[in-house]
Design a binder for this molecule. Structure first.
Ligand SMILES: [Zn+2]
Length: 390
């Protein structure tokens, strides 16, 4: 198969795909109008649920699993990590066992797991929508057990080292040996403990700016400390709700233009994402209301949001990966290819695989319509068309 298309940099090329891989990519000199754009497909490291399917509950049927995977294809995503939020030990055991079985049978675009919890900071300002009573201190024994269930599918763990710095360091070191990435998040860690966690191998920070108290000291806060740790990759949620546009703009620009770039984008999508309808959804045992503005929040009457008034806490987002890349570009005032890299090749290389339009790589890509604000024409995964716009 040969495709003529325009890269996000504006250059025109002929892309040849043979079997599952890119065989040849040839720049073309001539100008051809109205060519589609071609870009590496999107990789999302934090998907709690999608298209009405909640990954934090046992999945009802094979059809539900296929539906969620296909809808992620329909939003440009050929690789995602299931995010499992704080749960009871047996809850993790059950979900990991069930989902690992499904992924082994039929992985589609699922790359594995991101455990967001239970080793988070239970303080009301940092716990976000997670249940404090299920949180616990980092525990290498549990890491061993859970990676025993999920094997190589356990890819990423988010933890808060300050809860027990010594135990956290041993989890981070044990994870590094197993090639599991560790991110910090839902955490108040700063200063020396932060530096030690990075030294031990912590590679990133999960959705910086969220799961942070509403008021913090102006300089001594986790946002500045994480930004200043230049080894840390940092994920942001570009839905305009998790971070107000001005805060997103500053952080995304600084991170996208660092050398090397440190920006990662994720949707943190929950079951209401990709549905396009307000209503009540679940996130594990939590009930989440999706409003007309697209926000996904705990009902105020539900788990109390201590110290907060007004609407309940955000509990994931309804953002889709494809929309997220464009919103990030617009909010941050960066080039589309900068936002796109942060949502495709960069998370892929963090997870340890080669991704992008290069000879020998798996042919995973999106074709976009040639308009100024393009829509998704098609998604290809391992050289096969897995979604085509109606
Ligand atoms: Zn979170």
């Amino acid at each position: 198969m040969k495709i003529h298309a325009r890269l996000l940099t504006g250059k025109i090329c002929e892309v040849e795909v043979e079997g599952h891989f890119f065989k040849k990519i040839t720049p073309l000199k001539k100008e051809i109008l109205d060519l589609p754009w071609i870009a590496p497909s999107l990789v999302d490291i934090q998907i709690n649920g999608f298209a009405g399917v909640d990954f934090n509950r046992p999945i009802a049927s094979d059809d539900a699993w296929h539906h969620a995977a296909h809808q992620l294809y329909a939003h440009g995503c050929t690789g995602f990590l299931i995010a499992l939020i704080t749960n009871r030990e047996e809850g993790y055991r059950r979900l990991l066992t069930d989902l690992t079985g499904r992924i082994h049978l039929d992985p589609r675009n699922c790359l594995g797991f991101h455990l967001e919890g239970p080793w988070l900071n239970p303080d009301p300002g940092y716990r976000g929508a997670h249940r404090a009573e299920w949180m616990q201190k980092p525990d290498p024994r549990l890491l061993e057990e859970w990676s025993g269930i999920a094997g190589h599918l356990l890819k990423l763990v988010t933890l808060a080292p300050e809860v027990d710095p010594k135990a956290a360091l041993s989890v981070i070191r044990a994870a590094a040996k197993k090639k599991i990435r560790v991110f910090l998040g839902h955490s108040a860690v700063m200063g020396e403990t932060l530096a030690q966690a990075v030294e031990a191998g912590a590679a990133g920070w999960t959705h910086l700016g969220n799961a942070v108290p509403a008021t913090v000291p102006k300089f001594e806060n986790v946002i500045f400390h994480a930004l200043a740790q230049s080894e840390l990759m940092i994920s942001l949620i570009p839905d305009g709700l998790h971070l107000p546009p001005h805060a997103f703009r500053v952080m995304a620009k600084v991170l996208a233009r660092a050398h090397p770039p440190r920006l990662l984008l994720t949707t943190d999508a929950m079951a209401g994402a990709g549905v396009g309808k307000a209503g009540t959804y679940t996130l594990g045992e939590l009930e989440v209301k999706v409003g007309r503005d697209g926000s996904a929040r705990l009902p105020t009457a539900g788990v109390p949001a201590a110290g907060e008034s007004g609407p309940g806490r955000l509990a994931g987002s309804t953002l889709t990966p494809f929309d997220g890349a464009f919103l990030a570009e617009r909010m941050a005032g960066i080039f589309l290819e900068e936002a796109w890299d942060a949502f495709s090749t960069r998370p892929a290389s963090l997870l340890g695989f080669e991704h992008g339009l290069a000879v020998g790589n798996s042919a995973d890509f999106c074709l976009l319509s040639p308009e100024k604000t393009p829509y998704l024409l098609a998604t290809y995964h391992r050289g096969k068309c897995v979604y085509e716009a109606p």
